[in-house]
Design a protein around this ligand. Structure first.
Ligand SMILES: [Zn+2]
Length: 197
């Protein structure tokens, strides 16, 4: 009689154990597996013959410091064209530099900043029309790229003509993108300069 009771108890225990085991197995089955996922964009196939060519778009953020030339870009936002000048009294190069140089190319002395008085008027030295711009050019095409002679400068800086047709010797005036600056060299450009005189 005792033996029979014990057996019944054991049977119940075994049943319970089996139930728990099944539950665990079920839980394990329903739990999502940890898998490596593709998080990119599907590439577009451009051609398959004679070989597969895919379009693989890439973007990068290039972090760039203007370093000691920062005042030039700060000036553009304020509508000022700033140049650098050698501070060495013994240096023979007294003229101004645009694009600015942090150090004098002739004597390596640190340069000082000079703001050109407005309006800055120059003369077109040469020009070219850009029809097919390279990647990264942020101007609409076609546009006129102009090299402008500015009085007092050792350099002939390159920029662009906002509107109009250029010719060699044409007088142009510097203008600035002060409202929505791009914080790049594109923040100054030239416009035809007409005087009534
Ligand atoms: Zn110098």
């Amino acid at each position: 009689m005792v033996k029979k009771r014990l057996t019944a108890k054991k049977k119940v225990q075994t049943k319970k154990r089996i139930q728990i085991k099944r539950k665990l197995v079920r839980r394990k089955q329903t739990k999502k597996r940890e898998e490596v996922k593709f998080i990119g964009q599907v590439t577009r196939i451009r051609q398959t013959e004679p070989a597969t060519v895919v379009e693989w778009p890439r973007t990068i953020t290039h972090v760039h410091t203007y370093g000691m030339l920062s005042p030039f870009f700060e000036g553009l936002k304020k509508g000022e064209l700033r140049a650098t000048q050698c501070s060495n009294p013994k240096c023979t190069e007294k003229r101004l530099w645009i694009p600015p140089r942090a150090h004098c190319p002739d004597c390596h002395t640190q340069m000082v900043w000079k703001t050109l008085p407005n309006p800055v008027v120059g003369k077109i030295y040469t020009f070219t029309q850009v029809v097919y711009a390279g990647t990264g050019i942020e101007l609409s095409t076609p546009y006129w790229q102009v090299d402008v002679e500015i009085p007092g400068l050792a350099t002939i800086p390159k920029s662009y003509l906002l509107y109009g047709e250029p010719h060699i010797g044409m007088k142009v005036k510097a203008e600035f993108r002060t409202k929505k600056p791009t914080n790049t060299v594109l923040d100054y450009y030239w416009v035809p300069y007409e005087t009534n005189a």
